[in-house]
Design a protein around this ligand. Structure first.
Ligand code: PLP
Length: 371
């Protein structure tokens, strides 16, 4: 049986430095704990939530994004929104301009709708889409552009003018623009495409990463009332999103301005530390630095180790969980691992000790490549 990294990591979760899923382990726990304890004390879990979602939560989301006039919709994580959007807005034969590497579950949802993605290879500078390449990729079947900003897995962020140019292309060609902003809070100067093209942009948001709530599953989308009506028909969570998850998201968003600055600072410091470690490892490099998100790619193609072997060695031997690239890139997934770093510094210390040793060990096992 092949090694099941997730099964292993979950079984050892108390000992594992979880650098594999871009989760955020830096949010002050008392922010969430107090709210959850109160909700449990009131046994709120006995009843169904208010179907459309807590109105204050929805309003906080709208204000957080600054998208007045748009309608927020709540789902169990951004993932559920992405599925609904693909089902509702794409038809068989449609094409979506996207990238490789990318967050590939979205591409799978596109395919479930009978549509296909046109993946532009972005594993070269500037490691993101450009308006020119998007323009070239548009054909008669194109229906949507997928703009993940900042991008999982590379950590690339889009300059404001590029977002504007891509939004204008979408406008000129009557296309939908799916703007996934899951990692937006980590960026220096995030820009929402909806600012430029509110009528046909669907913005997908999440509290999994910024608020450290990945396990609770809250996210959603926000768009014009007409678009939201069309997508909402595909909602399966008719009885509402998990009440405890909503309570936690509300507590987090009410207070985010007070603690997110510290989360971001520590995340950036950790990123810098990882860079200094990677720089000392022969053959390893960072395509994008600094990351505008809380993760980045480490290219290991010239180290002699494969991503799967590096993932397994780091996890089994050192309790450090990074993610092999194949899940994020059909074309380049055999070149890299992804590491995320919204973690306590002690987790990064473990990575710093483990990564050079793991690469040395694997290089020694593959003498022809490492020489
Ligand atoms: C780009 C992107 N979009 C959406 C998601 C899904 O997030 P959620 O936990 O809200 O379903 C992720 C999770 O990693 C992601 O990287």
């Amino acid at each position: 049986m092949p090694f099941d990294a997730f099964r292993y990591a979950h079984a050892h979760r108390l000992e594992v430095a979880w650098l594999s899923q871009n989760t955020n382990h830096l949010v002050p726990p008392e922010v969430i704990r107090g709210a959850l304890e109160q909700a449990i004390g009131e046994r709120r879990y006995e009843g169904y939530p208010y179907g459309p979602g807590d109105p204050e939560l929805l309003e906080l989301v709208r204000r957080d994004l600054g998208l007045d006039g748009q309608t927020p919709f709540l789902t169990a994580g951004g993932t559920e929104s992405l599925y609904m959007i693909a089902r509702a807005l794409l038809a068989p034969g449609d094409e979506v301009v996207a990238s490789d590497p990318s967050y590939l579950i979205i591409h799978r949802f596109v395919e479930l709708a009978g549509a296909r993605t046109r993946n532009l290879d972005i594993y070269a500078p500037p490691f993101r889409l450009t308006a020119d390449r998007v323009q070239e990729a548009i054909g008669p079947k194109t229906r949507m552009i997928l703009l993940i900003d900042p991008l999982n897995p590379l950590g690339s962020g889009y300059p404001r003018e590029e977002v504007r140019a891509i939004a204008e292309i979408a406008h000129d060609h009557h296309l939908l623009l799916l703007n996934d902003v899951t990692y937006r809070d980590f960026a220096d100067t995030p820009t929402l495409a909806a600012e430029f093209m509110p009528e046909s942009t669907i913005t997908v948001w999440s509290v999994s990463k910024n608020c450290g709530l990945a396990g609770l599953r809250v996210g959603g989308f926000i768009a014009s009332p007409e678009l939201v009506r069309g997508v909402a028909r595909f909602n399966t969570n008719d009885l509402g999103v998990n009440i405890l998850a909503q309570v936690a998201a509300l507590a987090a968003l009410r207070t985010k301005a007070q603690w997110f600055g510290a989360v971001r600072r520590q995340t950036r410091e950790n990123g810098a530390r990882i860079r200094s470690v990677v720089e000392e490892v022969p053959g390893a490099s960072l395509p994008v630095y600094p990351s505008q998100a809380n993760m980045m790619v480490i290219d290991i193609a010239r180290t002699g180790g494969t991503p799967e072997a590096v993932q397994q060695e780091l996890l089994e031997r050192y309790g450090v969980f990074v993610r092999a690239g194949n899940y994020l890139s059909p074309a380049h997934g055999d070149r890299f691992v992804r590491v995320s770093f919204s973690n306590p510094p002690a987790d990064i210390d473990r990575f710093a000790r483990a990564f050079p040793e793991a690469i040395r060990t694997l290089a020694a096992r593959a003498p022809t490549l490492s020489s």
